[in-house]
Write a protein that binds this ligand. Structure first.
Ligand code: G
Ligand code: G
Ligand code: MN
Ligand code: NA
Length: 250
């Protein structure tokens, strides 16, 4: 498979880049986090989105060195941002099972001189359902470093609510499918409200993903959702553009 051959060389050829998308506090409008989103600039095929190459990277185990690079680059970039802005990094389940995740995180933070409290790790529900004991252990140790743990795409997976109390989670990211239905369906608003109340009771921050309109943002605020992310606020952009994004959203 040619794509696999190319992917094996992409790291040493410096073909990866991190884009960043801001997450804002809905009430204060302040940027609280930038989420790192990986891009692969393929020499022939142009820019390939992660949905195309992450599954291949997972199958081949290449996600472990690629994921390490993402952690290191994200921490390096964040070191130059305002102190109250965090960086969020997406993790694959393979990094939990095959990588030395805790060591990777510790090294990335140390190399960048970044405190653990400036880093958020986004994991999916499926990670919590496998190797439960090992995962809980790793997450607990990461949290001792001050690292925050977010559950990504919430509501699309198995959504066993039991894990909300059995795992050390700081943040819930409501999947964009709920946000997209907000204006047409009152049930979507009711779900957002319920998750927001759950979050408040469990002392977790609630983020809505995929906010594309002013109306969606208004309804989210009405339903007591605390943070938002989406094209309406800003598109994912290269690190060099972030100073401008920070200025524009001030
Ligand atoms: O950037 P985009 O919105 O196209 O991302 C598509 C998917 O790829 C999302 O599910 C996102 O979580 C995932 N993704 C983006 N960057 C990374 C990364 O660095 N590591 C992993 N494991 N997934 C990523
Ligand atoms: O699964 P995860 O939340 O990590 O995925 C992030 C993906 O969502 C990225 O590919 C990003 O480009 C995309 N995204 C970010 N904001 C929006 C939005 O407002 N609408 C849509 N459709 N996608 C978005
Ligand atoms: Mn994410
Ligand atoms: Na998501």
């Amino acid at each position: 498979l040619q794509l696999e051959v190319d992917l094996r060389q992409a790291l040493q050829r410096s073909e990866f880049e991190l884009f960043y998308q801001p997450i804002v506090n809905i009430e204060s409008k302040q940027i609280v986090t930038f989420e790192a989103l990986l891009r692969w600039h393929h020499p022939q095929k142009g820019t390939i989105p992660p949905t195309t190459f992450i599954p291949l990277a997972e199958e081949t185990g290449l996600i472990v060195p690629i994921g390490d690079w993402v952690l290191q680059q994200a921490c390096r970039d964040a070191a130059s941002w305002p102190q109250d802005v965090r960086v969020a990094v997406n993790l694959s389940s393979v990094q939990f099972r095959r990588g030395a995740l805790e060591l990777s995180v510790t090294r990335a933070l140390a190399a960048a001189g970044l405190h653990g409290s400036r880093l958020e790790l986004e994991i999916t529900e499926s990670i919590l359902l496998h190797d439960e004991e090992i995962t809980r252990d790793i997450l607990n140790r990461l949290r001792v470093l001050g690292v925050h743990i977010a559950i990504d795409d919430f509501g699309t997976g198995y959504s066993a609510l039991s894990y909300l109390r059995s795992f050390p989670l700081d943040k819930i990211k409501i999947d964009r499918s709920f946000v997209q239905d907000l204006s047409r369906e009152t049930s979507a608003a009711a779900i957002v409200r319920a998750i927001s109340e759950l979050g408040q009771a469990l002392d977790m921050t609630i983020v809505a993903e995929g906010v594309e309109t002013a109306e969606q943002l208004r309804i989210l605020g009405d339903q007591r959702c605390t943070q938002a992310q989406g094209y309406f606020i800003a598109y994912p952009q290269p690190a060099a553009q972030l100073i401008r994004v920070i200025e524009e959203l001030k």
